[in-house]
Design a protein around this ligand. Structure first.
Ligand SMILES: NC(=O)C1=CN([C@@H]2O[C@H](COP(=O)(O)OP(=O)(O)OC[C@H]3O[C@@H](n4cnc5c(N)ncnc54)[C@H](O)[C@@H]3O)[C@@H](O)[C@H]2O)C=CC1
Length: 299
């Protein structure tokens, strides 16, 4: 199978490239805006691709004729989406339309990544049929992209995910585990919210879930996240316990104390029954996820 990935420099993109090249079962075309910033070059072809450029999308997809396109590229900074709405829409919605058109022309299966932020967070955890009601512009844009795909006449899947954590090859991305570990090691005072719930997702699990969908060409919406419903404070406690760090400088807080540009849904998290049943998806627990990161940090 020929798989084309957009946003291959992003966190999920990197993990997908790693997973697919390690398995070497598929032909891979890794694309990203600008230069290839991946540290390894074997086992895949690289193509520069800005998905907001309609002609470029048509040309690259037309040249490589993939069986499956996995669109990981997006504007993922929730506050930035709130302040730069035009750019957010261009990348998170209009560019998806470019991919739909290219998929239609080449008869490719399109897998789009989406988010728990399409929900208002009043009654999580959610299954795939729950009613969306975004409270941020980011959530609105990702929901609009879902609608475009659902209404299209192509073969499609949507993988929705939640709070992805993992180690990018250049350590460019922080996450709650790295932040808590570093802060407690330095004896820094930190406040961690205990009134938001998520099912945090190990980036490697998300990559596996996406590949399962691609290999099966499983159509429809799939929740692909971790399975443990936790508050950030609970995640922080588990992190401190794992690394055997003193918790004296860490205090419980609530989200009203933090001023953020975009509103966050209080309680999301996903029910994974469908992905487990139909894809054989089996995510790590949060503790196992910390262990995976700890191993990667040693390298
Ligand atoms: N990271 C998270 O916690 C969550 C992520 N998601 C979704 O999962 C998907 C993957 O997320 P991450 O890998 O964490 O995001 P990321 O921010 O690490 O990667 C996004 C990639 O898109 C690329 N990109 C930006 N503009 C582009 C353009 N015009 N053309 C081509 N590429 C462009 C960026 O360079 C970056 O490499 C996204 O669709 C996101 O909305 C959903 C829920 C939570």
């Amino acid at each position: 199978m020929r798989i084309l990935i957009t946003g291959s420099n992003g966190l999920l993109g990197q993990k997908l490239v790693q997973l697919i090249t390690e398995q070497s079962r598929h032909e891979l075309i890794a694309t990203a805006r600008g230069e290839n910033r991946l540290p390894y070059e074997k086992g895949y072809e690289f193509e520069s691709l800005d998905i907001t450029n309609q002609q470029e999308v048509m040309d690259v997809v037309g040249k490589h004729k993939p069986d499956v396109i996995i669109n990981t590229a997006a504007m993922t900074n929730v506050d930035q989406c709130e302040t730069e709405q035009e750019d957010c829409w261009k990348l998170n919605v209009t560019a998806v339309d470019n991919l739909i058109e290219a998929s239609k022309k080449q008869n490719a299966f399109l897998l789009q990544l989406s988010t728990d932020f399409i929900f208002d967070g009043e009654d999580g955890p959610y299954n795939e049929e729950a009613e969306a009601n975004p409270v941020s512009y980011y959530g609105e844009s990702k929901l609009a992209a879902e609608k475009l795909i659902i209404q299209s006449k192509i073969d499609w899947a949507i993988a929705r995910t939640v709070l992805v954590y993992g180690i990018a090859h250049d350590m460019s991305r922080s996450n709650i585990i790295l932040w808590v570990k570093k802060s407690l090691e330095e004896g820094k005072e930190i406040q961690v919210v205990d009134d938001q719930w998520r099912t945090p997702t190990l980036a490697e699990d998300l990559a596996k879930g996406c590949l399962l969908i691609a290999e099966k060409k499983a159509k429809g919406i799939f929740n692909i996240s971790g399975d443990d419903l936790l508050t950030p404070y609970e995640m922080a406690i588990k992190t401190a316990e794992f690394f055997n760090l003193p918790q004296t400088t860490m205090t419980k807080s609530d989200s009203t104390k933090f001023k953020q540009t975009a509103k966050r849904p209080p309680k999301t998290g996903f029910i994974l029954d469908k992905a487990k049943r139909e894809l054989g998806y089996t995510p790590h627990s949060f503790e196992e996820g910390i262990k995976v990161l700890a191993e990667q940090m040693k390298k």
